[in-house]
Design a protein around this ligand. Structure first.
Ligand SMILES: NC(=O)c1ccc[n+]([C@@H]2O[C@H](COP(=O)([O-])OP(=O)(O)OC[C@H]3O[C@@H](n4cnc5c(N)ncnc54)[C@H](OP(=O)(O)O)[C@@H]3O)[C@@H](O)[C@H]2O)c1
Length: 331
């Protein structure tokens, strides 16, 4: 099979022939129809991730058809259309992942390949309403967004701020919040992306690169009930300003680096909750699929590339010009 492999940090991924793996006991072989990129894949190519080693097939997200099963796996899975939960071995504690928790695509071989072997516990029926590209775009961003939205206690009628809206997780967080009946404000680097978010249902959009965007939100909408942020950075201090009394501020990433200042006065006086969130449990994954299916949520796909053009997709991620997910089409 063809696969995109990390040979060296700061070098393009190498697309080459690999032997198709065989499923062992408790595992399945999935013939992949599509895979999708996450910022994690880009961080890994830059060496900005713990435990990187060369020779690993990259990619966390994928969807496809079960081609073969190992022993101890029910034969009913054969020929089923599935999505893969890339977070393995979460463990027993719903609050936090175990030390064994790991994500497909490093250190385990990932989805930028024509096929993959995963534990049967990692596969779920593909939501019926999604095409292959949308299905591949869903798992990692979907489960991360679902847990962030849950931890932010997003509910019908509540006002939620989602930052950096063109990101895969941010878009899903907006779409899931809308599905729950919340009102959603968004930020972005670009006016054009804000327009697209409004078309998808955002109540208002603000350009974080402009001065006083937070004051504009306060003037037009007042404080928010919840914030879902994957950026951090210098803009983080505004999030604590915008958070209303008792609000939840959930962080799932730090694309813009560490915050320069956390105003503890605002934190304690407004009784805020600052919450960290990472991917999710198998139960979160299942509930995310249920919500997505019930509301026919469709992940936004920016563009798709053949596997041989994976480095072009990574370059697009590097310049953040995408709106939504970058997908690899597999034969
Ligand atoms: N904890 C977890 O489980 C988990 C899971 C997935 C991702 N993450 C992390 O979450 C972050 C987003 O991941 P992703 O895959 O959704 O990435 P992505 O699709 O590449 O999106 C990143 C987006 O961040 C926005 N951004 C950049 N600088 C910003 C700033 N200063 N303020 C606000 N927004 C900014 C940009 O949106 P605009 O162009 O609209 O401004 C960009 O498109 C990454 O840091 C990733 O490592 C964590």
């Amino acid at each position: 099979m063809q696969a995109a492999i990390l040979q060296e940090i700061n070098q393009p991924l190498v697309v080459e022939q690999r032997e198709t793996p065989k499923p062992k006991a408790g595992e399945v072989l999935v013939r992949l129809k599509a895979a999708a990129l996450n910022r994690r894949d880009y961080w890994i190519t830059k060496g900005l991730y713990p435990g990187i080693h060369s020779g690993v097939i990259q990619g966390s997200d994928g969807a496809g058809i079960v081609e073969a099963v190992g022993s101890e796996v029910d034969m009913h899975w054969v020929d089923r259309k599935v999505v893969i939960n890339p977070g393995l071995e979460w463990g027993d504690n719903h609050q936090v992942q175990s030390e064994q928790f790991h994500i497909l695509g490093m250190p385990a071989d990932g989805t930028f390949a024509e096929a993959i072997v995963v534990p049967v516990s990692a596969i779920y029926e593909k939501p019926f309403h999604l095409n292959w590209h949308q299905a591949a775009a869903l798992p990692l961003a979907g489960v991360t967004a679902y847990r962030a939205v849950s931890r932010a206690e997003v509910s019908a009628g509540g006002l939620v701020l989602v930052t950096g809206i063109s990101g895969g997780v941010a878009l899903m967080a907006m779409q899931l919040s809308l599905a729950l009946g919340a009102r959603v404000l968004v930020t972005s680097s670009s006016q054009e992306k804000l327009e697209r978010a409004r078309e998808l249902g955002a109540l208002g959009g603000y350009q974080y690169s402009q001065d006083d965007w937070e004051k504009q939100i306060l003037r037009e909408h007042g404080m928010v009930d919840a914030v879902i942020d994957g950026a951090g950075g210098t803009g983080y201090r505004h999030l604590l300003q915008l958070a209303g009394p008792g609000a939840r501020v959930v962080n799932y990433g730090a694309t813009a680096g560490p915050p320069e200042k956390v105003d503890l006065f605002k934190l304690f006086w407004k009784q805020l909750k600052l919450i960290g969130s990472t991917m999710g449990t198998p139960q979160d994954f299942e509930q995310m699929l249920e919500l997505v299916s019930r509301h026919h949520v469709e992940p936004v796909v920016d563009s798709s590339y053949p596997l041989e053009e994976v480095n072009q997709a990574l370059r697009k991620m590097a310049d953040s010009s995408q709106f939504g997910k970058l997908v690899l089409a597999l034969p």
